[in-house]
Design a protein around this ligand. Structure first.
Ligand SMILES: [Zn+2]
Length: 254
């Protein structure tokens, strides 16, 4: 079974360069990507982007601490739900939201899909629900949104036919996972999310300055190199230059 894969940009964030690559100075403006996977039996979002609450007042939504390190460029119409209404399916057609992890730029849109189940690694759910989680990028209002939550452990075959697989890729956060998609026209595509921010992160094995487990993160980069060597297309998580080369909906990635 093969699937269709679409990409979207749900706003931009300007952040310290050192968040992306340890030791680097200055700031970088990065896209916030989201994806939609259309399988013959169901339609899934992979990472839902920013919360509509951040359109009005980002600091009120993410808190002063996170707002001090993130400048939001996010305007009405960029929220994922609104963009889906512009293509062949609207937000009401989404059956499943898969989160790479629960940081505010990846789970912020979960609440826009009230009838979808949410699929996340158990370790990520746990990491997001400790007392001081917000200091590490977790905003409870993003993901405590009331849907059914499927908490999985380890590799997970989303539709049971091997076409869309979650693979654990810890390092950035304890329960980070990537999505491996067998696309109809684009071969196997690996959606890295924050397990690999930039093309140069993979080429030069560069780790971010803010990271939960550097050893695991480096192992994850080697796993991406192996996947790339076996012919997979690797899509980096927040690479401004690379992202320009990725087709945006209504065009398809694969
Ligand atoms: Zn991110």
């Amino acid at each position: 079974m093969t699937v269709k894969l679409y990409g979207f940009t749900v706003g931009h964030l300007t952040i310290p360069w050192s968040f992306m690559v340890d030791g680097r100075e200055g700031a970088i403006k990065v896209p916030v990507p989201s994806y939609v996977v259309v399988h013959p039996t169901a339609t899934a979002v992979f990472d839902s982007g920013l919360n509509v609450a951040a359109l009005r007042d980002p600091a009120a939504h993410v808190g002063e601490f996170l707002a001090a390190f993130h400048t939001f460029d996010f305007v009405s119409g960029e929220e994922l739900g609104a963009q889906l209404d512009g293509i062949e399916f609207g937000a009401d057609r989404i059956d499943l939201v898969i989160n790479s992890h629960l940081h505010f730029d990846h789970a912020g849109g979960n609440g826009q899909f009230p009838r979808a189940d949410v699929l996340v690694q158990q370790a990520e759910w746990d990491a997001a629900h400790v007392d001081d989680a917000q200091l590490r990028g977790y905003v409870a209002a993003d993901f405590d949104t009331g849907q059914e939550v499927r908490r999985v452990v380890g590799d997970h075959d989303v539709f049971g036919d091997g076409s869309v697989r979650c693979i654990p890729t810890p390092g950035h956060t304890p329960g980070h996972q990537c999505l491996v998609v067998q696309t109809e026209h684009g071969g196997e595509v690996v959606l890295c999310a924050d397990a690999c921010y930039l093309r140069e992160s993979l080429e030069s094995l560069l780790l971010p300055g803010v990271i939960s487990d550097p050893v695991a993160a480096l192992q994850t980069l080697h796993r991406f190199r192996d996947l790339q060597a076996s012919g997979s297309r690797v899509l980096f998580g927040h690479d401004p230059e690379f992202w320009k080369s990725v087709p945006h909906a209504p065009a398809r990635i694969g």
